[in-house]
Design a protein around this ligand. Structure first.
Ligand SMILES: [Fe+2]
Length: 323
């Protein structure tokens, strides 16, 4: 069976963070993202927020989602077998601005360095999550402008994720044969893979870290839980599920209804959880585009528990509401 190479790039990245308001403030004020959705984690028994941030147009490929786990105390170990770095693009000329901006907000960062001929700044989320800004002028997606971040500085969307693996070969096979990526370079312990046209939003790096112990697969503060790759619709998703199972990756999950997209999940050989998510529903399904993220939204099957859910969650304030 020929590979159904429908994946267009990264759909979203989902990570565990610590405090809820701390996370809102970091993404809204420091990274300068638009807060597009407040909902709750659909799996499990505890009530936990699920917060979504994106660029100006809430585009697939710019969406960062977080679970603030501080209230329920979920922790885990960072290590190999996880997404280690989530990278955003911004205009290359803005990198000096970002250094000053991080200093102003007390954000720990690396200064400017270069890998695969791209200038970058590595920085930390308060929960310990690792991020990068990658200078990339070819990314024409619309950034979100804030009081501190102008259009010529704003991040555009995801550039890539970097997966830490103890062994490259089988993870490379999963990315290329399974998902349809091409290997396009290696620089030391870093291996670059691209899909479709490549570049911003269509790049995955493997970093070979044979001596780093396996990290937790559980939910935890400061851990990336999974990366999602985008397909158009249920039909493409079903063909990829059948194809992966035919290759021997038999733990592909059944389809889950995430309200804003439909998802399947597969554990990759390197340990990283990968999701394949559809792009044909979107975030305006339960609130208007100009009011995204303004209030806590529950899926229809949770609505009868609204009072109980609200009573257990840390109150949060969306700083982007100026009513
Ligand atoms: Fe996801």
């Amino acid at each position: 069976m020929a590979a159904p190479y429908y994946i267009s790039g990264i759909h979203h990245v989902t990570s565990g963070v610590a405090g809820a308001q701390e996370d809102v403030d970091f993404f809204c004020h420091v990274v300068g993202q638009r807060f597009i959705k407040q909902t709750i984690l659909f799996d499990g028994r505890a009530n936990i927020y699920h917060l979504y941030y994106a660029n100006r147009n809430a585009e697939i490929g710019t969406v960062m989602t977080t679970f603030p786990f501080k209230q329920v105390g979920y922790t885990g170990r960072k290590g190999s077998g996880q997404v280690k770095i989530t990278s955003y693009t911004a205009p290359e000329s803005s990198l000096q601005f970002w250094l000053k901006h991080f200093d102003k907000h007390g954000v720990e960062h690396s200064g400017i360095y270069e890998r695969f001929e791209k200038k970058r700044i590595h920085f930390y989320h308060p929960s310990g999550l690792e991020f990068e800004i990658v200078g990339d002028d070819s990314d024409k997606r619309e950034g979100y402008v804030t009081e501190e971040i102008s259009d010529s500085e704003a991040v555009r969307g995801f550039h890539s994720v970097t997966m830490s693996v103890r062994d490259v070969v089988e993870q490379e096979r999963f990315l290329t044969e399974g998902l349809g990526f091409r290997k396009t370079g290696q620089e030391g312990q870093y291996h670059r893979f691209e899909i479709a046209e490549g570049g911003a939003g269509k790049t995955v790096y493997l970093v070979h870290e044979p001596d780093v112990p396996q990290g937790s697969w559980t939910f935890g503060q400061g851990l990336v839980h999974h990366v999602a790759f985008a397909v158009k619709n249920d039909q493409e998703q079903k063909e990829i599920k059948d194809y992966l199972e035919g290759l021997g990756y038999t733990d592909v999950s059944d389809q889950k209804d995430r309200n804003y997209f439909h998802s399947i999940y597969v554990r990759s050989p390197g340990g990283i959880l990968c999701e394949i998510a559809t792009s044909d529903i979107g975030f305006a399904v339960d609130e208007p585009m100009d009011k995204l993220g303004h209030k806590l939204l529950l899926p229809p099957w949770f609505e009868h528990r609204r009072e109980e859910v609200l009573a257990t969650l840390e109150p949060i304030k969306n700083p982007q509401i100026r009513d």
